[in-house]
Design a protein around this ligand. Structure first.
Ligand SMILES: *[C@@H]1O[C@H](CO)[C@@H](O)[C@H](O)[C@H]1NC(C)=O
Ligand SMILES: *[C@@H]1O[C@H](CO)[C@@H](O)[C@H](O)[C@H]1NC(C)=O
Ligand SMILES: *[C@@H]1O[C@H](CO)[C@@H](O)[C@H](O)[C@H]1NC(C)=O
Ligand SMILES: *[C@@H]1O[C@H](CO)[C@@H](O)[C@H](O)[C@H]1NC(C)=O
Ligand SMILES: *[C@@H]1O[C@H](CO)[C@@H](O)[C@H](O)[C@H]1NC(C)=O
Ligand SMILES: *[C@@H]1O[C@H](CO)[C@@H](O)[C@H](O)[C@H]1NC(C)=O
Ligand SMILES: *[C@@H]1O[C@H](CO)[C@@H](O)[C@H](O)[C@H]1NC(C)=O
Ligand SMILES: *[C@@H]1O[C@H](CO)[C@@H](O)[C@H](O)[C@H]1NC(C)=O
Ligand SMILES: *[C@@H]1O[C@H](CO)[C@@H](O)[C@H](O)[C@H]1NC(C)=O
Ligand SMILES: *[C@@H]1O[C@H](CO)[C@@H](O)[C@H](O)[C@H]1NC(C)=O
Ligand SMILES: *[C@@H]1O[C@H](CO)[C@@H](O)[C@H](O)[C@H]1NC(C)=O
Ligand SMILES: CC(=O)N[C@H]1CO[C@H](CO)[C@@H](O)[C@@H]1O
Length: 680
């Protein structure tokens, strides 16, 4: 049996090589497969004027954003400024003439280059598995003027956004859009259920063929080939490899090789990125050594963008050219003269951001699969490194022997170990966006975390990000004041969008205490709510029927648009106020009556209600909590049409991780998972 497999595999591998020869010129992986391969080193390595105190070969100190990002963003600014002008007109702001205000900003910046004329907008989407992916899709559809109805009753700011960041499940939706040529959620919705549709989630990634075991067999067979190719090219394989490949089948069904040869850095060459049509994407993961735990305060936060990967944090404080990751380097230069590309497979990157879910693959024996397919999957699972399964191994370490950063664990180890971006409890990827170098004025933060007993968010992620600024890794970054999670619930801060850090004046003592020399962005926080559908599905639910997915997307639209502007017909204007607030403060302009009214309504006013045990879990049709005096008893039976899904037993209040589940509770995850897979 095994011999047969080996023979067949060789033949098929040969076939692959022959078939792929004509395509070797691809700009993606140099081998046109999942395997990294040797390429010419970039000319800049030999350019003596290129290396400076802050730049050594591929790596550089994190003193600024890369020159490529600076250049890219200056062209994007042109586009976002025009689109913002358009949005602000649509927003019908009554206080002042937004067109002449933007003119004034741009005139000022021409006469004084230290004035930042561009009100930069960033979007951030939390982790939380498929729940986060689907809710985020709905939420961004409310911001996208390509969505039917968005001009009439949406909040079309996507085309004015400079950055969009995703973590774990939030990186899945972001990568799906980006690598499908920045497709729209409307397009995905319109094609849902058709053959080869993006996000065919009917069956889990373990057995995508459902009862069609042949389909499942071919799928695993192909994935196995991919992993073998990478291994034969001399690279270690970890569980994150099959995980990223499996997800890629769901995200890139339109590509012949389902993304096997598509690298994250290839986005540079995508027309939608080159012509600055899409915002600048950022994917977040955390650094971790096997056997250790990270908490919000001291985690090393990594970001991936089309140009680079690396960290702003003092423990690493460097970035590397993402395209050449995979090259053996020492102090940033190739240690044996040759360069490698193709390591940064797009699926491997978002797989790295979501390693917590690796566990799912290990549940093979619970899937009901048997025989050949079972053996096939098992044969490579047992070949994987038996290090901790929630770690993605990036070997060779691109930061090996780097002069920057103070953590030997990160830079003087042959491998760089990265884990799920939510493992430090900061489930919304905000840190890359509060870096002063990015000059972001406002962040729209969408929280699809599972914090409360019934899997709704309670602001925990913001609390973690707030606390981090006082830790050793904050390095002069600042984050606005937020209250405790009990207050988030009791004061209805998760019931409707809430603005944090509204007034710079209130932040000066905070900035002094953390040594920040800039005002952090204003944060518009929006939590997942059930307006038209109970969107609090379990983080570990791995399959969705098309109807359920579409209903969740529709609910997400309502979440980001204040229920299609029905809960507040001035919502667009209020968002306009949030977008312009920092630039107005910089110019010393006062606030009009409409914006004052908006801020009184949406800004957190500093109230702390000291109600840490407050756990209501039923809702009015407006998304507000129904107050219930007997708080700690199950209230899931209230208001039958709005009660959150109560089929899964409420877990104890668990925190941290992509779905806010700490690594310690992996056992619990597994048991939930086994149950789920049995249902599927
Ligand atoms: C931005 O637009 C202005 C005027 O439309 C143009 O002169 C300038 O070259 C553009 N800048 C970039 C970087 O595209
Ligand atoms: C969406 O906005 C962009 C930028 O303003 C514009 O070019 C495009 O035509 C708009 N699309 C729709 C459908 O309105
Ligand atoms: C703009 O706001 C004014 C004042 O609130 C209102 O009378 C008018 O109908 C609004 N226009 C639109 C197009 O919404
Ligand atoms: C809100 O608008 C979206 C997009 O037009 C639509 O699909 C959805 O049904 C609307 N929801 C409500 C509650 O009206
Ligand atoms: C994206 O566009 C390119 C060319 O513009 C095309 O070759 C490729 O197939 C498209 N990708 C997808 C997923 O449609
Ligand atoms: C940017 O490129 C995309 C993909 O080729 C294209 O659809 C779009 O029209 C381009 N946008 C502009 C402004 O040229
Ligand atoms: C982070 O802090 C926790 C708790 O103080 C500690 O156990 C852990 O070792 C720290 N991790 C690192 C990488 O410093
Ligand atoms: C599946 O395998 C794991 C370990 O390999 C074992 O702990 C578990 O009990 C097995 N489950 C079933 C249903 O056989
Ligand atoms: C929160 O919303 C509920 C339901 O509408 C309301 O009863 C309660 O008073 C609100 N709490 C605050 C602090 O506004
Ligand atoms: C911030 O300042 C405003 C007025 O400047 C004040 O009304 C508000 O209560 C302050 N908020 C906090 C959180 O301190
Ligand atoms: C309040 O809690 C009680 C006890 O669990 C429950 O029976 C009741 O339905 C709840 N009421 C509301 C309005 O949630
Ligand atoms: C503002 C600030 O504290 N910057 C520091 C960030 O970390 C690097 C590396 O440790 C320092 O060189 C910066 O001064």
């Amino acid at each position: 049996m095994h011999i047969e497999w080996a023979e067949t595999r060789k033949m098929v591998a040969l076939g692959h090589i022959l078939l792929s020869l004509p395509a070797l010129v691809s700009a993606w992986s140099p081998t046109d497969s999942y395997a990294p391969g040797i390429v010419d080193c970039p000319a800049y390595l030999n350019d003596s004027s290129y290396s400076t105190d802050n730049q050594l070969g591929f790596i550089r100190a994190a003193t600024n954003i890369s020159s490529k990002e600076v250049e890219w963003m200056s062209s994007r600014d042109n586009i976002t400024n025009e689109n913002l002008r358009w949005f602000l007109e649509l927003a019908n702001m009554t206080d002042f003439d937004t067109g002449s205000y933007l003119d004034q900003l741009s005139t000022l910046s021409k006469s004084n280059t230290s004035v930042n004329a561009n009100p930069r907008i960033a979007l951030a989407f939390s982790g939380g598995g498929y729940r986060a992916m689907i809710n985020a899709a709905g939420q961004i559809s409310g911001l996208d003027n390509r969505t039917d109805g968005a001009l009439d009753h949406g909040l079309p700011i996507l085309q004015s956004a400079s950055y969009v960041a995703g973590l774990s499940g939030g990186s899945w939706f972001l990568s799906t859009l980006a690598f499908n040529n920045w497709t729209s959620v409307q397009e995905i919705v319109d094609n849902a259920g058709k053959d080869d549709a993006i996000w065919d989630l009917d069956h889990s990634i373990i057995s995508p063929g459902g009862i069609n075991i042949f389909k499942t067999g071919y799928y695993w067979y192909d994935i196995n080939e991919d992993l073998d190719a990478k291994k034969e090219a001399g690279f270690n394989i970890s569980l994150t490899d099959p995980w990223g490949r499996g997800l890629s089948y769901q995200f890139f069904p339109g590509l012949k090789d389902k993304g096997a040869s598509m690298t994250f850095s290839s986005l540079r060459d995508f027309p939608v990125f080159k012509n600055h049509t899409m915002p600048f994407p950022l994917v977040v993961a955390d650094g971790r050594r096997p056997g250790t735990y990270v908490i919000g305060k001291n985690s090393t936060i990594f970001e991936f963008n089309p140009f680079e990967m690396g960290s702003w944090d003092p423990s690493l404080y460097s970035f590397t050219d993402l395209k050449y990751v995979g090259t053996n380097t020492k102090k940033g230069f190739p240690s044996n003269g040759s360069c490698i590309a193709g390591f940064d497979n797009a699926g491997f990157v978002f797989g790295t951001s979501s390693t917590l879910f690796n566990q799912i693959l290990l549940q093979l024996n619970t899937t009901g699969l048997s025989g050949t397919i079972y053996n096939l999957i098992e044969s490579f699972l047992e070949n994987l490194s038996d290090d901790e399964d929630d770690i993605a191994e990036w070997r060779p370490n691109p930061f090996y022997d780097s002069p920057w950063g103070d953590s030997d664990n990160l830079k003087n180890n042959k491998s760089l170990y990265l884990v799920d971006g939510g493992e430090d409890g900061q489930n919304i990827p905000l840190y890359p966006l509060i870096q002063p170098e990015r000059k972001v004025d406002v962040i729209f933060a969408y929280d699809n975390s599972m914090d409360t007993n019934y899997s709704w968010p309670d602001g925990y992620s913001l609390v973690q990000s707030y606390e981090r600024q006082f830790g050793s890794e904050s390095n002069g970054t600042a984050f606005p004041y937020v209250p405790d999670t009990g207050t988030f619930l009791k004061e209805n801060l998760t019931a409707k969008p809430t603005f944090f850090g509204c007034y710079s004046d209130n932040l000066t003592s905070l900035m002094d205490s953390v040594g920040a020399d800039y005002t952090p962005p204003l944060i518009v926080y929006t939590a997942n709510r059930p307006f038209t559908y109970n969107s609090n599905t379990s983080t570990y639910k791995m399959s969705y029927e098309t109807d359920q997915m579409l209903a969740m997307i529709e609910n997400g639209f309502a979440v980001s648009t204040r229920k299609n502007l029905t809960l507040d017909d001035e919502w667009r204007a209020c968002v306009g106020c949030a977008i312009l607030q920092r630039s107005r403060e910089r110019l010393g302009l006062s606030m009009g009556t409409q914006c004052k009214k908006c801020f009184d309504k949406y800004c957190w006013d500093g109230t702390v209600s000291n109600s840490s045990d407050y756990l209501p879990d039923s809702f009015t049709n407006d998304g507000e909590y129904v107050s219930n005096s007997t708080e700690d008893e199950s209230s899931s039976t209230a208001s039958s049409d709005q009660a959150p899904e109560s089929t899964s037993a409420p877990s104890s209040r668990s925190k941290g991780g992509a779905g806010n589940v700490m690594p310690q509770s992996v056992g619990t995850i597994l048991s939930i998972f086994i149950t789920l897979l049995c249902i599927i």
